[in-house]
Design a protein around this ligand. Structure first.
Ligand SMILES: Cc1cc2nc3c(=O)[nH]c(=O)nc-3n(C[C@H](O)[C@H](O)[C@H](O)COP(=O)(O)OP(=O)(O)OC[C@H]3O[C@@H](n4cnc5c(N)ncnc54)[C@H](O)[C@@H]3O)c2cc1C
Length: 418
């Protein structure tokens, strides 16, 4: 289905697929991306990009463009959604000094567009209307088959086909895990909501019983991104039709005025049910490798899903570069078995930690009763310059298991006095 032979086929042109394509093309490889949709694009609103991602964008020469299209917020503020009291904060200018790269918020479509243009400049072949239906290993590489009956073949296939990955079925028989939580989004012109007690320059997260609400500026401050997340009673009751707008209003009924003021500007015609999958430690079979949400879809509470996908591609690119392979008459010269083994040695464990921590953060954010008060006491007591809970994420992306930092050990809530 391609016009010439490629070294690498990437299935899926989301943020994960495009960033992997870029990472490999800038190492001199011929890369072809197959996307099922009729056009490349991203739906949804904002994305938070922590220093472990902006560091990679910088290495790709894309940080300037991302900064120009996004916003560098001053602080991340966590508040209680019931009484609006501040619980703790991260000084993001200090974060930039500490980790050497900024914390950036950006519209998804802007980041996707940056990656798409960079792929184009790097010579990546970008094909649409190509729904991959099966994968198989063949001598010296792997082959993919498409819904229209066509096939394509390369030395390696990177499956970046998202939460409902077809490729994942080669490795494990599992299903997405429903959290019974649903997200509503709403990116609106800032002037429309300027009177709603909003912070112009901060990422603000209101955490409340079975719900939370996030706000941050986008596009140089022209827009405000809002995300409202709540537990669906209908989902818990096993009803099919869950997450509907009537549930949104009911879920936030007990929240403070700034949250209440934000709710009317949420989009009500679509919502995102929140799923992750249990971590898996095998991502590679022969010359087929999973990447991004196909490998490790998280709940979004750590805002690391797209970042992990970008890190995956970076790690592949670095291991290709480390080989210093030379193209021969037969192909790229890359020892893919070595590259994929190095990838699989380091990425699944990191992503397992993030996926499981994201679940735990969700639990912590959504507490009620005494446990909510203990959580608040714990967060109030945190030194705002204590970075132990993000050091293991915001530092440089590990290329080997030895580089992977110690994981943060949470303080058990039961040990916190009321
Ligand atoms: C509410 C919410 C907020 C979030 N906030 C953040 C955040 O602040 N920071 C962050 O880092 N992450 C965040 N995330 C997570 C992040 O959005 C995802 O982890 C990330 O977009 C995954 O990218 P991906 O390319 O792996 O998968 P996807 O974005 O799902 O892309 C998969 C692509 O593959 C294509 N495809 C699928 N199947 C096929 C097929 N069979 N053949 C061909 N093409 C196919 C799809 O059309 C799509 O283009 C958030 C998620 C949610 C739901």
């Amino acid at each position: 289905m391609g016009t010439s032979s490629a070294d690498v086929i990437v299935i899926g042109g989301g943020i994960g697929g495009l960033s992997a394509a870029l990472a490999l093309a800038r190492r001199g490889l011929r890369v072809r991306v197959h996307e099922q949709a009729s056009a490349f694009g991203e739906v949804g609103a904002g994305l938070q990009l922590a220093p472990n991602c902006t560091r990679i964008l910088d290495r790709y020469g894309l940080l300037g463009e991302a900064t120009a299209l996004g916003v560098l917020p001053e602080s991340m503020v966590m508040k209680d959604a019931v009484d609006a009291g501040e619980l703790t904060r991260l000084d993001l200018r200090d974060v930039e000094r500490r980790y050497g790269h900024p914390y950036l918020v950006i519209h998804r479509s802007d980041l996707h567009g940056i990656l798409l243009r960079a792929c184009d400049r790097a010579g990546v072949e970008l094909l649409t209307d190509a729904r991959c239906t099966s994968y198989e290993n063949v001598a010296g590489g792997a082959r993919v088959r498409f819904a229209d009956g066509g096939t394509d073949e390369a030395e390696v296939v990177i499956a970046a086909d998202g939460l409902h990955s077809v490729a994942r079925e080669l490795l494990v028989r599992d299903e997405p895990v429903s959290s019974a939580y649903v997200a509503y989004r709403g990116a609106v012109p800032f002037e429309k909501v300027a009177g709603n007690d909003v912070h112009e320059k901060d990422v603000v997260v209101y955490v409340g019983p079975r719900c939370h609400f996030v706000q941050y500026p986008l596009r140089g401050g022209e827009m405000l991104n809002q995300v409202a997340v709540f537990e669906s009673r209908k989902a818990r009751a096993g009803e099919e039709d869950w997450g509907t707008p009537d549930e949104l209003d009911a879920a936030f009924a007990g929240t403070c005025a700034p949250v209440q003021k934000g709710l009317p500007s949420m989009w009500r015609d679509r919502w995102w049910r929140m799923y992750d999958r249990d971590p898996i430690m095998t991502w590679v079979t022969g010359r087929i490798a999973l990447l991004g949400d196909a490998a490790h879809p998280p709940l979004q509470y750590m805002a690391q899903g797209a970042i992990m996908a970008i890190e995956d591609g970076w790690v592949l690119g670095e291991h290709v570069a480390a080989q210093g392979a030379r193209r021969t008459g037969h192909g790229s010269g890359v020892d893919w078995d070595k590259v994929l083994a190095a990838y699989e040695a380091v990425r699944p464990e990191h992503c397992r930690r993030v996926v499981t921590t994201a679940r735990a953060w969700g639990d912590l954010w959504h507490l009620d009763g005494d446990r909510r008060l203990r959580r608040n006491a714990l967060l109030h007591g945190r030194d705002v310059h204590d970075y132990t809970f993000v050091d293991w994420i915001f530092g440089p992306t590990a290329l080997t298991p030895e580089d992977e930092p110690e994981m943060f050990r949470p303080i058990p809530l039961d040990t916190v006095p009321l």
